[in-house]
Design a binder for this molecule. Structure first.
Ligand code: PMV
Length: 361
C-alpha cells in the first residue's frame, strides 16, 4: 500500500523556490495511544481539527551544488535558528526519503512559528510536522503537475504521520479519522481522512478552550508513552475499546447525541491517563489543578444543565469542549472560575476548523 506514495520519477527540476503553509493543531476525541513500526496506530482515532492554534511554516529551497552526505537544512523558530529541532526533523527526513526522493538535492530553510505561545504545553509536533509535509508536497506538485488534489492531501497526511502520528490528522478539517476501521470507508492506518459519515450541525462548530495548567516541557515524550503500551497488561482491551468507541461516536455524530458525546469523550481522556498510570514505569501527568478544573466542570454541568465537557492530551492541560450556543456563558465561567487554575491565568479559545491552508507570501 505504501508503494503508491513512491513517485515513479521525481527529478528535482526546479532550481529554487519558497512555499508557505499554515496548519492546524488537533484534539483527539477517541485517542491514539500505542503504535507499531513505522508509526502505525494500534487503534483508530478521531479528532476535531482546530482553528486558532496553528503553525505557519515557510520552506525555502535551492538546488545544492554537490550532493554529498546527509540532508542540508536549518530550522528557524520565531526568527531564531533552533538547533534542538534538527534531530527530530532529521529522523523525519530519513523516514520519508523513499517517498520524497528530492530531499537530498536541495538546501532547505524551515522557517516556522506557532500561533500559541512557545512552551505552552500545547504540542506543536502535529501542526509542525504537517506543515513541513505540506510544503514538501507543494514542491512535489511543481515537479509532478498531474498529482490530483486528493492524492496531494492523502500523501501529505501520509508523510506527516511519519513525523508524528497525530500530525496526519492535522491536514484536513473538520473531523478526521486515522486508523483502519471496518465501519469507516476509506479509513487507513497510513493516513488520516476527513470524516464525512453524517455529522449533526452542533458538532460542526464545536468550541475548544485550552486551559494552560502547566506550561513546561512535556514530562513524558509521546514516543516513550506509546512504547509503554508494548507489554502493557491492559493494552489489548484498550485497543478493542477504542474500536468500539469509534462505532459509538459515529452514532453520536449522526444523532446529535451530546450527552453521549460528553460521556465518551471524558471517558476516553481518563482512560488515556489511566493507561499511563498503569504502565511500567508509571506516570501521573495530571496536576492538582487539572483535577480542580475537572471537578468544577462536573459541578457546573450539574448546576446549569450545560453541555460543557473536558478532554486531555498526554499532559496536564485541559481542553474544554462545548457547543457554540453556550459560548458566552461558558467563556464567562472560564474567565471567572477556572482561569485561577491556569499558569498566569492563561487559556486559549479555539474552535473546530477547516484544515491546512497554503499562504501566498
Ligand atoms: O502524535 P503523537 O505521537 O505525539 O501522539 C499523540 C497522542 C495523544 O495526543 C495523547 C492522543 C492523540 O490521539 O492525539
Amino acid at each position: 500500500m505504501e508503494q503508491k506514495f513512491i513517485p515513479k520519477s521525481l527529478a528535482a527540476s526546479k532550481e529554487s523556490g519558497k512555499v508557505t503553509w499554515q496548519t492546524p493543531s488537533n484534539i483527539a476525541l477517541v485517542k491514539y495511544w500505542g503504535k507499531k513500526n513505522p508509526q502505525l496506530p494500534e487503534n483508530t482515532s478521531i479528532s476535531f481539527t482546530l482553528s486558532n492554534c496553528h503553525t505557519t511554516t515557510t520552506l525555502t529551497y535551492g538546488k545544492r551544488k554537490d550532493v554529498k552526505g546527509t540532508y542540508d537544512f536549518k530550522v528557524i523558530l520565531d526568527g531564531k535558528e533552533e538547533e534542538d529541532f534538527k534531530p527530530k526533523i532529521e529522523t523525519f527526513f530519513k523516514r520519508i526519503e523513499r517517498y520524497v526522493p528530492f530531499l537530498r538535492e536541495y538546501t532547505f530553510v524551515i522557517d516556522t512559528k506557532n500561533s500559541f505561545p512557545h512552551s505552552s504545553g500545547i504540542a506543536s509536533s502535529a501542526s509542525g510536522m504537517s506543515a513541513i509535509a505540506l510544503c514538501l508536497m507543494s514542491i512535489e506538485k511543481e515537479i509532478n503537475i498531474n498529482l490530483t488534489e486528493e492524492a496531494f492531501y492523502q500523501k501529505a497526511s501520509f508523510l506527516a504521520r511519519l513525523g508524528s502520528g497525530s500530525a496526519c490528522r492535522s491536514v484536513k478539517g473538520d473531523i478526521v479519522v486515522w486508523g483502519a476501521h471496518e465501519n469507516i470507508e476509506g479509513s487507513s492506518d497510513l493516513y488520516g481522512i476527513p470524516y464525512v459519515d453524517g455529522v449533526a450541525s452542533i458538532f460542526k462548530n464545536y468550541q475548544d478552550t485550552i486551559l494552560l495548567i502547566d506550561k513546561g516541557e512535556k514530562q513524558v515524550s509521546s514516543t516513550v508513552g506509546h512504547n509503554l503500551m508494548h507489554g502493557h497488561p491492559f493494552a489489548e482491551q484498550r485497543f478493542l475499546q477504542a474500536q468500539e468507541n469509534i462505532n459509538k461516536i459515529k452514532d453520536i455524530f449522526a444523532n446529535s447525541d451530546v450527552d453521549q458525546f460528553i460521556e465518551l469523550v471524558e471517558s476516553e481522556a481518563l482512560t488515556l491517563h489511566a493507561m499511563m498510570m498503569t504502565s511500567h514505569p508509571y506516570f501521573i501527568l495530571m496536576k492538582p489543578n487539572t483535577l480542580e478544573v475537572i471537578n468544577k466542570v462536573w459541578t457546573y454541568r450539574k448546576k446549569t444543565g450545560s453541555k460543557l465537557c473536558f478532554t486531555l492530551d498526554a499532559g496536564a492541560n485541559v481542553h474544554l469542549l462545548y457547543p457554540e450556543i453556550e459560548k458566552e456563558a461558558v467563556q464567562e465561567f472560564i474567565k471567572s472560575k477556572l482561569a485561577i487554575y491556569c499558569k498566569d491565568k492563561s487559556f486559549i479559545h479555539d474552535c473546530v476548523g477547516s484544515g491546512a491552508k497554503q499562504l501566498k507570501i
